[in-house]
Design a protein around this ligand. Sequence first.
Ligand code: SF4
Length: 382
Amino acid sequence: MTSPADGRSVGYRHVYVHVPFCARRCSYCDFAIAVRRVTPVADFLEALATELDLRFTGATAGLPLETLYFGGGTPSRLGADGLARAIQVLRQQVVLSPDVELTVEANPEDLTPSTVAAWRDAGVNRISLGVQSFDPAVLTWMHRTHDVAGVYRAVDALAAGGIANWSLDLIYALPPEVPRDWSRDLSMAIELLPPHISAYGLTIEGGTPLDRWRARGEVHEADEERFESDFLSAHDRFAEAGYVQYEVSNFARPGHESRHNSSYWRNVPYLGLGPGAHGFDGQGRRWNEREYSRWRERVLGNEDPIGGEEELSPEQHALEALYVGLRTRNGVAIHATDAAVVDRWIEKGWGTVHDDRLVLSPRGWLRLDALVSALTEHRSRY
Ligand code: SF4
């Protein structure tokens, strides 16, 4: 797929579609969402089709897509028919490769055997399931819309509907005021045998309910010790269960790594559609208007819904490549002059070097920002 309307002809092989709707806002969430009791499916699809037309007119002869990812928000709120129609909208402008990875983020309460089967028939072959915890009190504290039984129903629905490739999301490093048995959550996640697991450390973002609770002194951010112990125990337990931590926040059984997310870490171009969606054309980034109603209004007024853009200088490109490369198990190529800093990290157990590539260990990942700064600073002297 190419995008002449954006001013540059770029061969996109990865597309992200942001579906902003949620039933309510989770306590920690600062994503671009639109809280709606009833999802305005037809309105959203009309705007999505228009954005595609506006930005990609006549570009149908482009490269087949390797990955298509519906994220959010809660894309599963489009329902069985709505999501199939969204894929149809995309197919009018996009050619999907025969082995495309087509992922949909879903909340457990939206999955039934018939919904999953309808999505499978529409081409969906991967589901990312927002579970976050198996503790009812924690789910309530997070303002999640599902209960623990709903997770098991959703996993049964995936099996009955015929989608075997799925991922389970968890959140760790909760405030000390929230009683949470992380070890029990890890065991329960592993027992479900998901082919892929994502685990994210909680950060308190401005403007969220959690931020207001912190301002009132009701909760505090987890300290470094808690963060480190949750992170390292996830690594150990998942490794014992046969998962490879192929990126700081992602674990997979062999062959089940997310191809879409891997494209971000390889710094290849990807296209973002929908409110707040980010894109990268190989030289710079752009992002869309974040607010759903405003995005829709602009698109339907035949205006590019761009919210901002930035060109990356060669130095920024190099820094990003270093940062995202070191987040993954592929690591980065090292220069002969790097030995002065890298050798010390190896001694401390923060990483290894194989075939002239530096790969950080989990303890190295805990120091990622500092190590990237140190290596960048060191390289700037040569
Ligand atoms: S379901 Fe996801 S996107 Fe929606 S409010 Fe919760 S965390 Fe945010």
